[in-house]
Design a binder for this molecule. Structure first.
Ligand code: COA
Length: 258
């Protein structure tokens, strides 16, 4: 379980990221939070220090702890037929943990199941990298049209010249509803049309039948096998490499899809 200072820091961080606490606003005095039952002086102090280390607040004598202006981030929201792709927030931790903390899902990924702290770190990393200029990672939450809850993720990381690497996962309870196909199709369309990519590739475990079916549905071409490509679940695993080139992409049919 996360220590008390961490929980307080997480809560304040999401209030800052959501804009409930605005730039220039002073955080409550430590003694007021202590009086409000948020923890000891040491706990609140540690939470404020963590926020400072994250670059969310500054502390100075005379001004207390003040929310720092956040770098503007272009909040992407890309609407597909079934899904909406959106930026992650700290509020998505539980939903993300339900995906990357579940062996049923991660057995097919290039990393082992992760715990809550790692889910927080993953989200924070995506939020931070989304601010990089130029942006080289598009790591987005997958939601459906009716609910803002994250039920999966899709990612394209730029690498090389006009090239990107695709990855995705959907919470096991939501498999088989077409979400992954639509999410990948939607981000691929964005990458070819808005980001000007020429090539998108994906490296998939040879036994990952669902993911391979998706590649074929989306019009990807099998290129070959990457031997011992990832070390996951205690052993080396090959990957099958797939790619899709810009001129092969057919947006109206999802590149050969349904
Ligand atoms: C792969 C994954 C993302 C697919 O998510 P999903 O939302 O269930 O996918 P979709 O509903 O869009 O369907 C994918 C296609 O795979 C097919 N499929 C699903 N399971 C299958 C299986 N065991 N064997 C063959 N095909 C399968 C589906 O029938 C569907 O094709 P169809 O529309 O022609 O019927 C999901 O299974 C997952 O998260 N797996 C673990 C993580 C992962 O593998 N990520 C990709 C790493 S490369």
């Amino acid at each position: 379980m996360a220590p008390k200072w961490q929980k307080l820091a997480d809560r304040l961080a999401s209030q800052i990221r959501r804009g409930d606490l605005t730039p220039g606003q002073q955080l409550p005095h430590i003694r007021d939070l202590v009086a409000a039952g948020e923890g000891s002086k040491t706990t609140v102090h540690a939470a404020y220090k963590a926020l400072e280390a994250e670059g969310l607040v500054t502390s100075s004598r005379g001004h207390g702890t003040v929310v720092r202006p956040q770098l503007p981030i272009k909040q992407l929201r890309i609407v597909g037929d079934q899904v909406v792709l959106r930026e992650f927030t700290r509020d998505d931790v539980d939903a993300v943990l339900a995906i990357i903390g579940d062996d049923t899902v991660t057995t097919w990924l290039s990393f082992d199941s992760r715990d809550r702290a790692q889910a927080v770190a993953m989200i924070d990393g995506t939020i931070e990298r989304a601010r990089h200029e130029p942006r080289t990672e598009f790591y987005l939450g997958v939601t459906n049209h009716d609910d803002n809850r994250v039920l999966g993720f899709v990612r394209i990381g730029l690498s090389g010249v006009q090239a990107g690497k695709l990855g995705y996962a959907i919470a096991a309870a939501e498999w088989g509803r077409g979400y992954a196909t639509d999410a990948a199709r939607t981000l691929i369309g964005y990458a070819f049309t808005e980001l000007g990519l020429h090539r998108i590739s994906a490296a998939i475990g040879p036994e990952n039948a669902a993911s391979i079916a998706m590649m074929e549905k989306l019009g990807f071409t099998r290129e070959g096998v990457l031997r011992d490509h990832v070390f996951t679940n205690g052993s080396w695993r090959d990957s099958v490499l797939y790619s899709l080139l810009e001129h092969e992409w057919q947006p109206q049919s999802g590149g050969g899809g349904r």
